[in-house]
Design a protein around this ligand. Structure first.
Ligand SMILES: NC(=O)c1ccc[n+]([C@@H]2O[C@H](COP(=O)([O-])OP(=O)(O)OC[C@H]3O[C@@H](n4cnc5c(N)ncnc54)[C@H](O)[C@@H]3O)[C@@H](O)[C@H]2O)c1
Ligand SMILES: O=C(O)C[C@H](O)C(=O)O
Ligand SMILES: [Mg+2]
Length: 531
């Protein structure tokens, strides 16, 4: 009653005081009732209903929302994050009730420097920004892509402990090329085609200047930009601003950690990584990001000279929508060019420009196939059959595309065709597979959520002015070493989501240490970086 008097609340609430725990129990009771009533199991409608209930809680009681999320992260990450967040973005204009985050549109040109002051918080630590042009594997969702920025920041709060009052989801709306949305009367964004070229870059430049001018210590995570802009904007800003691209750099680190886990799962030391033959399906921001970073890791292990780089490069075969990428490709994407297979290698391997995935797997007999293609089912029965001839004692499959229906294959398919020795991971969560006789086929979730919260937290606490390659590498190595020998030998190469707070803390510490070692750290608030 004293507190009620202090806050002038006497008479404005029913007499009984309901504790936080009672409120959570009441809320969970409602949520669970939904589960009992849904006879058809986890359909999209049912998942969206859960998202709506959680979203309403987010709007009315932020503290309780994060408490529920943190305490039940394994159960609700798939709702606020991938895969359900994909359906949320697809339906965002219809689901919209209250705004969350900020919108900068092509119509705000020249206004951004003052607009940022409309945001109520004096301090913002993390921004996740998207232009909605490639949301998960669902394509251009225009302004509705704000859902992905909100979901990523939910993990910043739940996994990295960032203050929810200091996160800012941002949508940069430069139009959409999604014809369905352009015709939808409920669509919440600009109903015009996307701006391109210099006009586009000027808008992003203006946004970056505006947010860093109001919040000089903010970190900006770029998320789900179509590949051509993902790379260009990363190159443009990474040396001057505290920013990183999650799809290019976060994904690369998670993939490296998983690839090293796959080597250990064979009972071999990590240093054997440069001997692995890796077929990558998908040459977009994610695929090329992975090949770039993984080949650099191999090269470092081999001595970091030109010979080492050449040897590392030759361990990768990249297949995109037009088949195997070779130096004979006309109009080759400059980002893929360094990894195009050489003509001399092709004759020797019996492969041609544009060879199909299945041909490549048959001829190369890779240790690993890794999918970032956004094509569900790409690792077909034939591809998996071909992988049985892998030169590895324990072939590994990374079906990393999101959401669930875009996974290149399911764990059931992988284990039933290749057998219990396969190491499986996917971008969206799948259940483990019962292999009979008490054996479990482990389904790992290989998702950048194991790194981005720690990269952001480590950058924030160290006060590093930029996010360096070394900091990203340190994050990946910490994730790789996090898994214990006995886990890895059972095919468990990533931690369960329930350990996300612990792994995030470890990754952040590794990032801080590296920032200090590289002399990039300027400290946090009054605290010196070394302290
Ligand atoms: N698990 C994770 O942490 C994670 C992280 C980032 C991205 N992703 C997923 O990766 C996917 C791709 O993202 P992106 O930004 O690189 O997209 P993108 O559209 O830029 O790239 C897709 C690539 O796949 C290729 N492709 C299309 N059809 C193919 C086929 N039949 N065979 C082989 N390749 C084919 C395309 O040519 C292109 O190179 C998305 O589904 C995204 O959700 C997952
Ligand atoms: O959002 C995710 O779940 C991972 C990744 O950033 C993606 O774009 O698919
Ligand atoms: Mg992404």
């Amino acid at each position: 009653m004293t507190e009620r008097d202090r806050l002038g609340l006497r008479g404005l609430l029913p007499p009984s005081v309901v504790s936080s725990q009672q409120q959570i129990d009441r809320f969970m009771g409602d949520l669970k009732r939904l589960e009992q009533n849904a006879r058809d199991g986890p359909s999209d409608t049912y998942q969206l209903a859960k998202w709506r209930i959680l979203n309403r809680l987010h709007d009315r009681n932020e503290t309780m929302y994060y408490k529920v999320l943190i305490d039940n992260i394994e159960e609700y990450a798939p709702i606020v994050y991938t895969p359900t967040v994909g359906a949320v973005c697809q339906n965002y204009s219809g689901l919209f009730r209250r705004p969350r985050g900020m919108y900068f549109s092509a119509e705000d040109r020249g206004e951004m420097m003052s607009m940022v002051y409309n945001w109520p918080a004096d301090q913002v630590d993390m921004i996740v920004v998207t232009d909605g042009s490639r949301i998960l594997g669902l394509g251009d969702l225009g302004v509705q892509g704000i859902g992905i920025a909100i979901g990523k920041l939910d993990l910043y709060v739940a996994a990295a402990g960032i203050n929810p009052q200091r996160v800012l989801p941002v949508m940069i709306d430069v139009g959409t090329n999604n014809e369905k949305l352009l015709k939808d009367p409920l669509y919440l964004g600009l109903q015009e085609h996307r701006l391109e070229g210099e006009e586009y870059v000027e808008i992003i430049d203006e946004f970056m200047e505006a947010v860093f001018s109001r919040w000089p210590n903010v970190i900006v995570q770029f998320e789900d930009f179509q590949s051509k802009w993902a790379f260009r904007l990363l190159q443009r800003y990474r040396k001057t601003y505290r920013m990183f691209n999650d799809d290019v750099q976060g994904t690369a680190g998670v993939a490296i950690a998983g690839l090293l886990g796959a080597v250990r799962a064979q009972g071999r030391p990590m240093i054997d990584f440069p001997k692995q033959k890796i077929v990558v399906a998908g040459a977009g921001s994610a695929g090329i990001g992975v090949v770039n970073a993984a080949s650099r890791t191999m090269a470092r292990m081999l001595g970091n000279n030109e010979v080492a780089f050449e040897s590392a490069r030759s361990q990768f075969w990249i297949v995109d929508a037009h088949g195997l990428i070779t130096e004979e490709r006309v109009d080759i994407d400059p980002d893929a060019r360094p990894f195009a297979r050489r003509k001399s290698e092709l004759t020797h391997q019996g492969l041609n420009e544009g060879a199909s995935l299945i041909e490549v797997v048959k001829k190369v007999k890779p240790d690993v196939i890794l999918g970032l293609s956004a094509v569900g089912g790409l690792f077909s029965k034939e591809v998996l059959e071909a992988l049985k001839d892998s030169s590895s004692s324990r072939p590994a499959i990374f079906a990393m595309s999101n959401p669930t229906k875009n996974a290149e294959c399911t764990p059931e398919e992988a284990f039933s065709i290749i057998g219990e020795k396969v190491v499986f991971s996917s971008g969206s969560p799948f259940d483990d597979v019962d292999l009979g006789d008490g054996k479990i086929g482990h389904s790992n979730q290989g998702n950048n959520m194991y790194l981005f919260p720690g990269i952001g937290l480590g950058t924030l606490l160290s006060g590093a002015r930029i996010v360096s390659d070394g900091m990203l590498q340190a994050a990946a190595e910490r994730l790789a070493s996090y898994m214990k020998e006995e886990e890895v030998l059972q095919g468990i190469i990533y931690p369960p989501t329930s350990r996300i707070r612990d792994i995030t803390k470890e990754v952040a510490a590794a990032v801080v240490r590296e920032a200090v070692a590289e002399d990039l750290a300027e400290g946090y608030r009054d605290m010196d970086a070394r302290e």
